[in-house]
Design a protein around this ligand. Structure first.
Ligand code: ATP
Ligand code: MG
Length: 440
């Protein structure tokens, strides 16, 4: 992509209403544009990152054998009345009437909708277990939308749902999502700690929030530092194998957010030198709620004895749009964003400092074409701006590698490669560009 043709409305000044670094940088780097409180348009650079995250999440759900579907954003109120949540949900739910006066709502989550799909389609234990997910916009009229996409009112979530015949099999499903989440967050370049979370009246130990450590997080977290050393899931994991050992290895080390934290347990279970208490950002949440929805909504199947029983369910969320902000919170410096390779909008930023020199322009064009042919996503800064403006813009948008075509490039046939994170530079021959980049 050529910058001269790219919609990238970069701001020089920090917007006054942005409190945290990810919100500031997302606005300054022209990733999002606010529509109204907690509601944003995604501009090209932001959308590209959002899609990369979405695709990694999708690939890992698919690898775990979860079926992708797409449920609507607008749901009928009837199913929420059946489950008993229509009144409980309160003001966070955006309620709508259609022209016939029917009550509808903009979905804040999809347990009811997916239970309705399931009960129409599945009647026998032979069809179980069944795992479905979708990636869809949600709306929650949050009391205090803030921090940009981190706590929005409209936000993109991946939500998955499991249906099982009994509690044992439900735990197997839970473990599968648990491990799939570890793998997903690792691929995104994040250390997301699974933390015991509140299960409410249902009880049990099957609710975990996945939280990344960050000063700007809204949760207080307490954990045994040794849990960070566990994080390294086999990339070719066989999901049909017994995953309970992995899950138990995490559960054996203390990690809890504020709602589940107990001072006594923490000090008893964790030796002083391993105790850590910081702030964190919740990026995912998995939950088993047994027959909470299947019972009132009559999502029943026949078991092997011909008896009608309600299915056991779980739900599994990942905040995809929140992750864009969360990744920036965990990877930036004073000059701007530093994208992890897995989600960067472009791999390379090619900066032409000699835009008025036709020979330089033609050489840069050739480098750009060569990178494109090699499948290396490149943003080519072909704009007629000062070197200072070009450097600070490229640092701000955070592409992991910069190629600087400068004073000596035309004569020496060399370019400078800069690593955005370390700031280290290296001068190489233009002919070595591709091999150099592929080897890094
Ligand atoms: P929180 O405790 O942050 O309000 P939640 O517990 O209400 O979140 P869940 O219902 O568990 O959220 O939703 C699953 C995931 O969706 C969360 O882990 C989070 O990453 C994301 N999410 C929830 N609310 C928002 C929001 N208002 N803006 C952006 N992402 C959100
Ligand atoms: Mg939650």
């Amino acid at each position: 992509m050529k910058l001269s043709n790219y919609f990238l409305p970069v701001l020089k000044e920090t917007p006054a209403d942005a409190e945290i670094v990810s919100h500031k940088y997302m606005l300054r780097a022209g990733m999002i544009s606010q529509s109204s409180s907690g509601i944003y348009s995604w501009l090209p650079l932001g959308l590209k990152v959002l899609k990369k995250i979405e695709n990694i999440v999708r690939e890992e759900q698919d690898a775990a054998g979860v079926n992708e579907i797409l449920m609507p954003t607008i749901q009928p109120a009837d199913i929420w009345k059946e489950s008993g949540r229509y009144d409980d949900y309160g003001k966070e739910m955006l309620r709508i009437n259609d022209r016939q006066g029917r009550e509808m709502l903009y979905g804040p989550t999809n347990e009811e909708q997916v239970t309705d799909i399931f009960r129409r389609a599945v009647k026998s234990y032979k069809e179980l277990p069944s795992h479905l997910y979708h990636i869809q916009w949600k709306f929650r009229d949050e009391l205090r939308p803030r921090f940009g996409v981190m706590r929005g009112r409209e936000f993109l979530m991946k939500d998955a749902y499991s249906f099982d015949l009994d509690m044992d099999s439900s735990r197997t499903s839970y473990n599968k999502f648990f491990v799939c989440y570890l793998k997903t967050f690792e691929r995104l370049g994040l250390k997301a700690i699974p933390m015991a979370a509140d299960t409410g009246p249902i009880g049990g130990d099957m609710s975990h929030e996945f939280v990344i450590i960050s000063e700007t997080g809204e949760s207080d977290i307490y954990y045994d530092k040794r849990i960070l050393e566990l994080m390294n899931v086999d990339k070719n994991l066989d999901y049909s194998s017994d995953l309970s050992e992995i899950v138990v290895s995490y559960q054996n080390l203390y990690a809890a957010a504020d709602d589940k934290y107990s001072k006594d347990e923490f000090s008893k279970e964790v030796p002083k030198e391993f105790q850590s208490n910081t702030k964190g950002i919740e990026v995912g949440h998995i939950f088993n709620f047994s027959s909470k929805y299947s019972e009132p909504m009559k999502a029943n199947v026949l078991n092997s004895n011909g008896k009608t029983v309600p299915v056991h369910m779980g739900s599994y969320g990942i905040g995809i749009s929140r992750l864009v902000g969360a990744i920036i919170e965990s990877s930036h410096d004073d000059n701007g964003i530093i994208w992890p390779d897995a989600v960067t909008p472009f791999a390379i930023g090619l900066i032409n400092l000699k835009i008025k020199d036709p020979e330089a322009v033609s050489m840069c064009e050739q480098i750009y074409q060569t990178l494109n042919k090699a499948g290396i996503e490149t943003l080519y800064d072909d704009k007629d701006d000062s070197p200072g403006a070009k450097f600070s813009r490229m640092d701000l948008i955070g592409l992991p590698k910069q190629i600087i075509f400068g004073k000596n490039s035309v004569i020496d046939k060399t370019i400078e490669i800069k690593d955005r994170k370390t700031g280290q530079t290296e001068i190489i021959n233009i002919s070595e560009t591709i091999s150099k980049i592929n080897n890094n």
